[in-house]
Ligand binder design. Structure first.
Ligand SMILES: [Zn+2]
Length: 62
């Protein structure tokens, strides 16, 4: 009995193989991987930049 290691695709929850036969793991398909990557690049998954210029007064200017 072969039971390939699988997990739910992070994008669509479809069963995705996690072995070498699935180049898009942990996603189920290239489409899901690209969608997820696109979201990541859009900053949806990134934390707000703490180094962003803030309108607060800074008395430690050089
Ligand atoms: Zn998927």
């Amino acid at each position: 009995m072969e039971a390939p290691l699988t997990a739910a695709c992070p994008r669509c929850s479809a069963k995705a193989r996690l072995d070498a036969q699935n180049p898009w793991r942990p996603f189920c398909s290239e489409r899901c991987k690209l969608i997820d990557l696109g979201n990541w690049l859009e900053g949806r998954y990134t934390l707000p930049a703490e180094e962003a210029p803030a309108p607060v007064s800074d008395s430690n200017k050089h």
